[in-house]
Design a protein around this ligand. Structure first.
Ligand code: SF4
Length: 700
């Protein structure tokens, strides 16, 4: 038996073939050569998926206060607890905190339950930590959360600018596609904008090692340079945009002249100008950006400063040209489509828009609708800490490890009246604080869809029996919803029924004013759903082939159909380094681990790459901190501390240290770097500033 499915890790969304071997009790994993996102390639994590299956370490049975109970008892307890707290304190006293690991169908019913039936928008997701700045930037510029480009554009571009993205480690198959394209077309140029000299720089023609947090200076300077040197798409600007003059004025005033821009970015002027000339001289330019842009207190402005440069040159919606947000998680995009962020409604509609709310309420036949945005991730856990939110259901994520100021998150959950956690795995830092544990189906056990960074919807398919009492997340949510009294609206038998409802909502009263339209999939049968080949939205009609590129016509999704140049004034990261905390702590992923290691930590071959947490720093900064390569050291911020081994890899610039996000109490003595990260967020997107916390390093 060979089952086509999709990798559950990063936003590249690679197609996978799973071949269970019943005799050996193993599953052989290979890349799906027919999947248009990866054409058969897999990275180390995807290739090791077979090693992460099995029931070891799984959460197999429901528990209430540490005691195994029946599934019915656990679900009834959760529903009764939520209903009681809502009755006593109102709908805003409860919340869901979900995950880009959920499938679209799971996400859809979770969002429907909260926004349409409980009547609160207190449902947020760990995608808030990942790409909410990109979402906010897209909405400000285009009127809707639209990624215009596709992976093929990375192969067609003459210049790829990778900003804040260690693509080689974090999106490896995409990196392979770029590297192969460059091999075939050596004239293709690659620029990497990143404070660190990561492995991604190995294929770069130019590395631009900007100071952490200086991206808006860089792209404001580029906007001014392009204008000054006549690289302006006048017709496109006149016919399809608004606000160029104000954006240029703000860019010039806040960034200053080229010398000032170079100084603000920590660059030699000649290197800055070399980048600007490369951008100006290549017509087909893709600017691909990732967490180094998004995870910042100025993340949304960073995104818009990039988009402004593409609007000025008209390089958007064309083959090989456009801004391109590369998402972190397998279904960050699917979560956005169903409105899984606290400030969004379903099908890319807006909570604050009365006609959108009425439309969704009408479609759902729901008793009440949330009328304003809910609490975003960091605010949500603050509200739990302060007793305003009294019940939370956390699904498929580990916020005690992954959120900033993570010790406060731990304390918040300790204080919370009702903490429900549904997860595939036992023994996580977050599970330890749950009153109710619900076992969720894992990869290979559940069915549904995910959407990757290029808007491609792919099926995840089951090829294994459910473990223990584990059930798919959508089933757990619907069973709780039914026990809360919403029986008729959550009466689904399978993921297909949810998917077609989601597709029908996207097309409901949509006469083309909303880009997210998969109405062409709304009437597919369960067999067609089972066989669904990867397809890029929009899919507005039956048998539509999908849409590789968006915005090709220059028609945008704001009321006046024009794109907006958003003025982006420069501002520094929230917290400055000083003599007490002299280094900038930057956090991120490593090549062979995923998030909090609940899955990848089980694969021996993945542990071999980098077996323990570490503090990477410049050799001279190590000397100044009285530590050396290989020595244990303590890294400390105003918010927390951890101990790890010092590494002087040569990747780090002076002044910045790097600690990976993966390790936690379950796999190492408490090495949760989230506990060290400042909780400041971007004022528009609510995305935390994971890349810039003042820190010190001392010998241990
Ligand atoms: Fe999975 Fe991403 Fe690796 Fe592809 S690149 S195999 S999606 S982790």
């Amino acid at each position: 038996m060979s089952i086509k499915t999709t990798c559950p890790y990063c936003g590249v969304g690679c197609g996978v073939i799973a071949q269970p071997d019943a005799a050996r009790g193993t599953v052989n994993i290979s890349g799906d050569t027919t999947h248009p996102s990866n054409f058969g390639s897999l990275c180390s994590k995807g290739s090791a998926l077979g090693q992460t299956l099995g029931s070891d370490g799984r959460l197999l049975y429901p528990e209430i206060n540490g005691q195994r109970v029946s599934m019915d008892a656990a679900l009834t307890h959760v529903a009764a607890g939520f209903n009681r707290i809502i009755a006593e304190h109102g709908p805003d006293s409860v919340a869901l905190y979900v995950s880009g690991q959920l499938l679209t169908e799971d996400y859809y019913v979770a969002n429907k339950l909260m926004k349409g039936f409980v009547g609160t928008a207190n449902i947020d997701t760990n995608s808030r930590l990942c790409m909410s700045s990109a979402v906010a930037g897209h909405k400000r510029a285009f009127g809707e959360d639209i990624v215009p480009a596709c992976y093929e554009d990375l192969e067609l571009a003459d210049l790829i600018v990778l900003v804040g993205s260690n693509t080689a480690w974090c999106h490896p198959v995409l990196f392979q596609r770029i590297a192969q394209a460059k091999q075939q077309r050596p004239e293709m140029k690659i620029v990497v904008v990143d404070p660190r000299r990561t492995m991604t720089c190995d294929i770069a023609d130019l590395h631009v090692p900007v100071l952490s947090g200086s991206d808006v200076w860089l792209f404001n300077g580029l906007l001014a340079y392009l204008h000054e040197h006549g690289h302006v798409a006048n017709d496109f600007i006149a016919n399809h945009t608004e606000g160029v003059d104000e954006a240029l004025r703000v860019a010039r005033e806040s960034a200053g002249d080229m010398k000032q821009v170079a100084a603000a970015c920590g660059l030699e002027t000649e290197r800055l100008l070399e980048f600007y000339r490369m951008f100006a001289d290549h017509e087909r330019v893709i600017t691909a950006f990732s967490m180094g842009v998004n995870q910042s207190s100025a993340g949304t402005d960073k995104v818009n400063s990039i988009i402004n440069c593409h609007l000025l040159t008209g390089r958007i919606g064309q083959q090989g040209a456009g801004p391109f947000s590369i998402t972190g998680q397998p279904n960050a995009m699917g979560g956005r489509e169903v409105g899984g962020l606290a400030n969004m409604l379903a099908a890319h509609m807006d909570l604050e828009n009365t006609s959108h709310r009425d439309l969704v309420q009408d479609f759902w036949r729901s008793p009440r609708m949330a009328e304003r945005g809910g609490l975003k991730a960091v605010e949500l856990f603050d509200a739990i800490h302060d007793g305003k939110v009294k019940a939370v259901w956390i699904m498929a994520t580990n916020p005690v490890v992954s959120l900033p100021d993570a010790d406060k998150v731990k304390e918040a959950l300790r204080r919370c009246e009702l903490v429900v956690v549904s997860d595939c795995f036992a023994g996580t830092d977050t599970n330890a604080l749950a009153h109710v544990l619900l076992p969720a189906a894992g990869w290979g056990e559940k069915d549904g869809t995910v959407t990757n960074s290029e808007r491609r919807i792919s099926r995840q398919r089951a090829f294994q029996q459910l473990s223990g009492d584990a059930r798919p997340d959508w089933w757990l949510i619907c069973e709780v919803a039914r026990r809360m009294g919403f029986d008729r609206s959550f009466n689904y038998d399978n993921a297909h029924e949810i998917f077609v409802e989601h597709a029908a909502l996207s097309a409901w009263n949509n006469d083309g004013e909303r880009a997210f339209d998969i109405g062409g999939l709304a009437k597919i049968s369960s067999t067609e759903y089972d066989d669904l080949a990867p397809i890029q939205w929009p899919v507005p009609e039956r048998n539509h082939p999908g849409t590789p590129r968006l915005l090709e016509s220059g028609r945008f999704y704001r009321n006046n159909r024009r794109a907006r140049f958003v003025p982006t004034a420069t501002r520094a990261p929230a917290h400055k380094v000083d003599s007490e905390f002299p280094w900038v702590l930057n956090t991120g992923r490593i090549r062979d681990q995923w998030h909090t290691m609940t899955r990848t930590g089980r694969a021996p071959q993945l542990g071999a790459h980098l077996p323990e947490p570490y503090i990477d720093m410049h050799a001279q900064d190590a000397l100044l901190s009285a530590v050396s390569d290989g020595q244990l050291a303590r890294v400390e911020t105003q918010w927390g501390a951890l101990v790890a081994r010092v590494k002087t890899s040569g990747e780090m610039p002076r002044g910045t240290i790097f600690v990976p996000i993966h390790w936690n109490s379950a796999v190492a003595s408490d090495a949760r770097v989230g506990a060290l990260v400042n909780p400041v967020v971007d004022p528009v997107s609510g995305e935390p500033e994971f890349k810039h916390t003042p820190a010190r390093v001392t010998p241990f």
